[in-house]
Design a protein around this ligand. Structure first.
Ligand code: SF4
Ligand code: SF4
Length: 284
């Protein structure tokens, strides 16, 4: 079973919820945790993995052999991203536009194209607290595309078979979030009861609706703002699965890298109940 924890808005406590859920779930299940927030992965601060396996990740960029190329233009015709062009007696590749789809290599009648790995970042994995099988993607600074790293992270063979996979999504509602959500069984959306929280929650709900994915909401910093999130969830039929009140001691603990359940162990039962409800909803 795969549970994705997403938020839309950054800073809502998504990683806090994802790591707490993983810690609770690990007591009775084998857990694989994927930090898909590849631009700023920080779940390791709470789960403290020993990252002992590293793999470079990227996309395959075409490299044209000028001696074999006949400048027929078939590669440029097939490329949807305008990443390869024939200009006179030169076939040019624009790596920053290339998505590594391989179509140009497939259609080249002269086999003039070979592919080279353009390294965009690394995947790292290792054993974390509570025997959680942990993996994260780390994108190189300045890279334009997170999706290939997230896709590869999801594919990367876990060290051991996992009963439950928990994915910590990047913030926002763009392609990296869509890729993180794709294929999951349940989406847990963390929000806060503010106009910004509601605005961004709606955007992620549109994605989970598109995937027809069972979805639930956690309201973090409950007590600030207004009731608009509750009203929206009722309107669209999404259950509020848990509330975490705004409390200074929790905020301080999380800011210092302490897991929520260490700072406030009384939430253990709430997380257990939420996990049970997710398992029932998914029918796993
Ligand atoms: S399809 Fe092959 S032969 Fe034709 S222009 Fe492209 S690289 Fe050259
Ligand atoms: S690999 Fe795909 S995106 Fe890249 S140049 Fe070839 S056809 Fe275009």
């Amino acid at each position: 079973m795969e549970i994705v924890v997403a938020s839309g808005k950054g800073g809502t406590g998504k990683t806090t919820v994802a790591t707490s859920l993983a810690m609770v779930a690990s007591e009775q299940n084998t857990i694989r945790f994927l930090d898909c927030d590849v631009e700023a992965p920080n779940a390791r601060l709470f789960l403290d993995p020993e990252l002992d396996t590293v793999k470079e990740v990227g996309i395959l960029i075409p490299n044209v052999d000028d001696d074999t190329c006949t400048y027929c233009g078939k590669c440029a015709e097939v490329c949807q991203f305008h990443a390869i062009a024939v200009i006179g007696k030169k076939t040019l590749v624009f790596p920053e536009l290339c998505h590594g789809c391989g179509s140009c290599t497939l259609v080249c009648p002269e086999n003039a194209i070979t592919e080279e790995l353009d390294v965009m970042g690394v995947l790292e994995s290792g054993n974390a607290i509570k025997n959680i099988d942990f993996a994260q993607g780390v994108m190189n600074i300045g890279e334009p595309m997170a999706v290939p790293i997230i896709r590869e992270l999801k594919r990367w063979a876990p060290a051991k078979a996992s009963a439950i996979e928990i994915r910590d999504s990047p913030p926002g509602a763009s392609c990296p979030v869509v890729e993180t959500i794709r294929g999951a069984d349940f989406a847990l959306l963390v929000t806060e009861p503010t106009p910004f929280g509601l605005h961004d929650l709606k955007q992620v709900v549109e994605i989970t609706k598109e995937f027809e994915m069972p979805t639930g909401v956690v309201i973090n910093r409950d007590g600030i703002g207004n009731n608009a999130v509750e009203a929206y969830c009722e309107e669209v039929g999404i259950p509020i699965m848990m509330r975490i009140p705004m409390e200074r001691r929790i905020a301080e603990a999380i800011a210092s890298g302490k897991p929520l359940l260490k700072a406030a162990p009384e939430y253990q039962k709430d997380f257990e109940n939420m996990l049970g409800n997710i398992i029932t909803e998914v029918g796993a």
